[in-house]
Each structure stands twice: as structure tokens, then as C-alpha cells.
Design a protein around this ligand. Structure first.
Ligand code: NAG
Ligand code: NAG
Length: 612
């Protein structure tokens, strides 16, 4: 069976020549792997000893690639406080991927930097937490409604290390349920829900002894394929959080028909692997909590809380079986003073990064922090690597839009729920811009009314912000018009493309050429119409943020246009020369790739511009 085909380690047992490997040994090691949820956590406590004479400043870890590919989180802490002293402090240490010379294949190395070198004869205690996702393999892969979910987990009974290990144990914590089978070696014990391997003594570096556990686990395998968390700061006292979930049951796929009757009569037997509810732990003092999907508000949610947290229990409209999907949004408000602070004339938001849902795996997380309009010198500080960029969000009454910091991270687990900060500068006066705009708007209306009644004079729209708003509306209208014209260009492209399959069907070269001619002249006309719009946006200071995107869109559209016409010409020529279909394909293959990529980029830009 493929599944049991364990990853084979072709270790080049060439002794690594790196000096850090030389004289460390692990004198004692205990490893604990928790398999009770969909997220696998391996906690390793190791005592590292320097038996050489050189100072050592790094400790290396090795993880086989088949596990490293699923690694979501890795943290090493140093337990200080010698011997029995209770006042031991733990310090978190920097960990980095490391590329040793002549590394054995199929292994990923990580290097832990020690705060101070480990001298000859000294030892220290490390605790390493590794968190993995999507590493438990459902087996069988497909189950029916009434089946339980069985999973496979593979690892090594011996700790895989570049150093010799004097004494070690492994404990695998299983859910309180059935254990189908497990690899039995010497010193293997299953006690209740704990499977123990070892102790093993005096093993050389890179010892590896594969083990497989096959066990029942009906925990909710809730996976957010995508989660967009929007955190909007209003200086009027509120932080509004909106979270859009696109959720799937990531466990064994369900097969066969779903019988609601069966399920309703005995839900825990007839739907053991399904999950019915999810719990989100919100911060204390969360208010105005809602839970809705595309149909509307979902009432099957309950909320309770104390001074430390607020818990929201939500129930999707249907029980979730393996492979089933659902989309929903939860939203809540938080008091601003709990999350926004001031420092050296700057302000900063300090809030947790990940999803508040229990034991959720997030494949791709976007955290969008929407700052008040007029915020400047924006800087995000996140305790782990993320992709980040800035956007603008424009809602009604905004003049130039709100700056948005977007943070993107893949493979997110609850351990990523650490605090992160967004620093920014903000001039308090601009806080009054919106109300001022409203007030001055009404005031102007009022004045206008009086003037109109009394003197029939034209309205003086002199308020700067009122003018700014008008200008912004003009920009918006122009962008919309531009969007429309580019859409027409795109449908002209489609028409041109559609004429090629027609050609191969009917063989009517003249009709095909005629189409090209008419599309060509339509595109020329549209490009004339675009010119003044682009020029206006270029000259308008209000459009300075979006103009680069507009410019990019127009340039890409023109590029695509030229490539499509060139491709069309090539195909028609080939057809006239009576070349075969395969030959024609070959001639346009590279062109076609660029066309597809360009079209995708244009579609993305169009979507972006549509939201302005
Ligand atoms: C849904 O609930 C929210 C918050 O309670 C409320 O503001 C909104 O009006 C509700 N929407 C519908 C469609 O009932
Ligand atoms: C953010 O808040 C947490 C929890 O209140 C606190 O421990 C941490 O020190 C804060 N971070 C900063 C930079 O203020």
C-alpha cells in the first residue's frame, strides 16, 4: 500500500564537516506528540551538552522533508534556572532554516541561536515546539455518513538528530478512542490513550526507526481555505472586526448519499465524523456580535462571557461532513481603548493576529488593518514573517480613502495568535474632517437656500473639503467610465478570439479577416475614448493613489490587444498555407502563454479598479 510506503531516507552518512556538529551530545530527550486534534504538536525537551573544547553558539534540529513541508510553527525556548531552583525562566530563541554543506538529502535543518555560547562541559535545557497541519492522513480516504474517521500518522521512534542521543523516550497522545494498529517495536507500550516508545539509549546521529499509528479521531477538521480578517479602527471609540470564512471539513471525504433523517435520529452515531458547531473565543467586552452567511443572519449561535473572554458558539446551517464547504462572516466591535495606545507622538494598535476559532487551520489568512483617513508613517510589526503591502479603502464621506495595511500568511495555526502592532501617525484635526464635511455640507445647503430665497445668487461652494469631495466624486466617475471602456475592449478581444474556432469549422478565411478588421477599428476608437480619461486622472491630485494602477491597466490592455492581433494574423496565415493544427499550435504556443497571463493580470486590475 502506497500509504505505508514510508519516506525513505537516503542519508549520506558522510559525517558533516560543520564545526557546530562536532562536539554536542543530547544527554536526555523526551518527545511528546499530541494527535488529539487535526493539528499535530510535537514538544521535545532536550538537554544538550558540550563535550568538546570550543564554545558552541548554535544547536541544530533536523526534520525530515515530508514533515517539514507541513510545518506551520516552530519555537525553541531555553529553560534557565539551574537544577532544582523553581524560579526558572523561559526565553524564546531565534530559529532559522539552515543549509549545511553536504547536507543529507530529504532533511531540513534548523539552527537555534543560543544567547551565549555553551562552554566545554556545560549543558542547557531546550524545549522545542513544532506544529504541523494537514499531516494526518485519513485512511480510508473516503467514508460514508455512518463511519468513523480513521487517520494515519508516521514518524520515527528514534529522535532524528545530527547529534548522538544518550537517553530518549517518545510518547504519542491519542484521542480517547479506538486505536486500529500501531508499529510494535521493543519497548512499545499502549497505556490508555498514550502510546510509548523507549527508553532508547546511546543512539548514533541520524538514527531513524519508522513507526505508523492508525487511529480514530472525530475532532472537527475545520479548515479555512481562506480567511479575511478586517480590523477597522475608528477614533470615535470602536475597533470593528469582520471575519469572512471560507471553510471546509478537511478530514476523510464523505461518500454516498447524506440522509438527514438518519442523521437527525442519531446524530452522534450517524454522523460521527461531522462537525456541528464551532467555538470562537473573542476578547472580553466584544459587543454587537453577529454571524451571517449569504442567506442572512444565522440565529443558531450563542454568546456568553466573563471579564477574561467572550465565547461565541456558532452552528452552520447544516452539519459539516468530509469535503463539505460553507462560507460565513462573523463580526464584532471592541472598545478602542483596549487595543489602541499612544507612544512618542505615534499611535499603535496592539491586537492578536489569527482567528479566534478553536483549533482552526487557516490555509491563507489576510489581516487587513483599516486605519483612519489621514494616517501617515504606517508601520506593521509582526513576530513572524508575513507578506505585507498597503491598499486604500474608500467608503462614503472619505475624501482620499483610508490606508489599509494588508498582512498575508499561509498555514496559520492557533499558535500564531500572538500580538502584532501597527504604528501610525495621525493628526487629530483630520479626525473632524468627516463630521466637518457633513456639517459644512448642511451649512452650505442652508446658506444656499437663504441666498436662493433672498437674492437668487449662485451658490458659493468654497469649503475646501466640499470641493475635495466633489473632485473625488469626479475621479470615481471617471474611473467607472474607464472601467466600462476597458470592458468593451475585453469583449472585443473575446470576439476576435472566437473567430478562430469559427475559422477551423467553416474554413471561411474572408469572414475571419473581416472580423479582425472590424475589431481592430473598434479597438482604435475605444483607445481614442480612453485618452482624455487617462489624462484627467493623471492630472488630478485626488487620483494620485490609483493612477499607477489605471496606467498599468491601460498599458496591459494595449499589450494584450497587440498580441491577440499578432496571434490572429499568424493563425490565419498558417491556415491559408494549409498547415496542420499541430503546427499552428506550436507557432502560437509561447504567444498564447503570455496572452493568458496578461488577461489574468488585467482581470485582477479591473476588479481592483471596480472597487474604487
Ligand atoms: C443581522 O444582525 C445584525 C446585528 O445584530 C443586524 O445589525 C442586522 O440588521 C441583521 N441583518 C438582518 C438581515 O437581519
Ligand atoms: C500587546 O498586548 C499584550 C497583551 O496585553 C501585551 O502583553 C504586550 O506587551 C503588548 N505589546 C506592546 C508592544 O505593547
Amino acid at each position: 500500500m502506497r500509504r505505508f510506503d514510508l519516506f525513505v531516507f537516503a542519508f549520506a552518512i558522510a559525517i558533516l564537516s560543520s564545526p557546530v556538529l562536532s562536539d554536542l551530545i543530547i544527554s536526555k530527550l523526551d518527545r511528546r506528540i499530541d494527535l488529539t486534534t487535526q493539528i499535530v504538536r510535537a514538544t521535545t525537551s532536550l538537554k544538550v551538552e558540550n563535550t568538546g573544547s570550543d564554545l558552541v553558539s548554535e544547536v541544530l534540529l533536523t526534520i525530515p522533508d515530508n514533515q517539514a513541508n507541513h510545518l506551520a510553527y516552530l519555537k525553541a525556548t531555553l529553560n534557565e534556572g539551574k537544577g532544582k531552583s523553581k524560579a526558572s525562566a523561559s526565553v524564546s530563541l531565534p530559529v532559522e532554516v539552515y543549509h549545511p554543506k553536504d547536507a543529507p538529502p530529504s532533511l531540513t535543518f534548523y539552527s537555534i541561536s543560543l544567547p551565549k555560547g555553551l562552554a566545554k562541559g556545560d549543558s542547557l535545557n531546550l524545549v522545542v515546539l513544532a506544529v504541523y497541519t494537514h499531516i494526518l492522513e485519513p485512511f480510508p480516504q473516503k467514508i460514508s455518513q455512518a463511519d468513523i474517521q480513521l487517520l494515519l500518522f508516521q514518524d520515527s521512534a528514534h529522535y532524528l538528530s545530527p547529534y548522538p542521543v544518550k537517553a530518549q523516550t517518545l510518547t504519542v497522545k491519542l484521542p480517547d478512542a479506538r486505536t486500529e494498529s500501531y508499529t510494535k517495536l521493543e519497548n512499545t507500550k499502549l497505556q490508555g490513550s498514550e502510546l510509548k516508545y523507549g527508553p532508547y539509549e546511546n543512539l548514533p546521529p541520524f538514527s531513524y526507526l519508522p513507526v505508523v499509528v492508525h487511529f480514530e479521531n472525530n475532532q472537527p477538521f475545520a479548515v479555512a481555505k481562506e480567511l479575511v480578517r478586517e480590523i477597522e479602527i475608528s477614533h470615535w471609540g470602536n475597533v470593528q472586526i469582520t471575519e469572512h470564512y471560507s471553510l471546509v471539513h478537511g478530514g476523510a471525504q464523505s461518500k454516498g448519499e447524506f440522509s438527514r433523517l438518519d442523521y437527525q435520529s442519531r446524530p452522534y452515531v450517524r454522523g460521527a465524523s461531522a462537525f456541528r458547531r464551532l467555538v470562537a473565543k473573542l476578547p472580553p467586552r466584544a459587543h454587537s456580535v453577529y454571524y451571517r452567511d449569504e442567506i442572512g443572519n444565522i440565529s443558531t449561535s450563542s454568546l456568553w462571557g466573563d471579564s477574561k473572554k467572550t465565547e461565541l458558539e456558532i452552528e452552520p446551517r447544516y452539519p459539516m461532513f468530509g469535503g463539505w464547504k460553507t462560507e460565513f462572516t462573523i463580526g464584532y466591535g471592541l472598545p478602542l481603548k483596549d487595543f489602541l495606545f499612544g507612544l512618542d507622538g505615534k499611535r499603535f494598535l496592539n491586537i492578536t493576529f489569527g482567528s479566534p476559532m478553536n483549533e482552526l487551520v487557516v490555509n491563507t489568512l489576510f489581516v487587513k488593518v483599516v486605519l483612519p483617513e489621514g494616517s501617515k508613517e504606517i508601520l506593521a510589526s509582526v513576530p513572524f514573517p508575513v507578506k505585507q503591502w498597503q491598499e486604500i479603502k474608500v467608503s462614503h464621506l472619505d475624501v482620499a480613502g483610508r490606508p489599509v495595511v494588508v498582512l498575508e500568511k499561509s498555514n496559520v495555526v492557533p499558535e500564531h495568535n500572538e500580538y502584532f502592532q501597527v504604528y501610525y501617525k495621525f493628526c487629530s484635526l483630520s479626525m473632524f474632517r468627516e463630521p466637518l464635511m457633513l456639517v459644512s455640507g448642511f451649512f452650505l445647503l442652508f446658506v444656499a437656500y437663504i441666498i436662493y430665497m433672498r437674492a437668487d445668487l449662485s451658490i458659493s461652494k468654497s469649503s475646501a473639503s466640499y470641493l475635495a469631495k466633489l473632485q473625488w466624486e469626479e475621479v470615481q466617475a471617471t474611473v467607472q467610465q474607464l472601467h466600462k471602456i476597458v470592458s468593451r475592449c475585453l469583449s472585443a478581444h473575446d470576439k476576435l478570439e472566437a473567430s478562430l474556432p469559427d475559422l477551423s469549422r467553416t474554413g471561411d478565411v474572408q469572414a475571419c479577416k473581416a472580423t479582425r478588421k472590424s475589431v481592430d477599428s473598434l479597438l482604435k476608437e475605444l483607445s481614442k475614448e480612453l485618452k482624455p480619461l487617462v489624462a484627467f486622472l493623471q492630472s488630478s491630485p485626488q487620483a494620485s493613489q490609483i493612477f499607477p494602477k489605471v496606467e498599468e491597466l491601460v498599458a496591459k490592455e494595449r499589450d494584450l490587444q497587440e498580441r491577440l492581433v499578432a496571434k490572429h494574423t499568424t493563425v490565419v496565415d498558417c491556415y491559408e498555407k494549409k498547415l496542420g493544427g499541430r503546427e499552428i499550435e506550436n507557432r502560437i504556443a509561447s504567444q498564447q502563454q503570455k496572452i493568458t497571463a496578461l488577461r489574468q493580470e488585467i482581470d485582477d486590475l479591473m476588479e481592483f479598479i471596480d472597487e474604487i
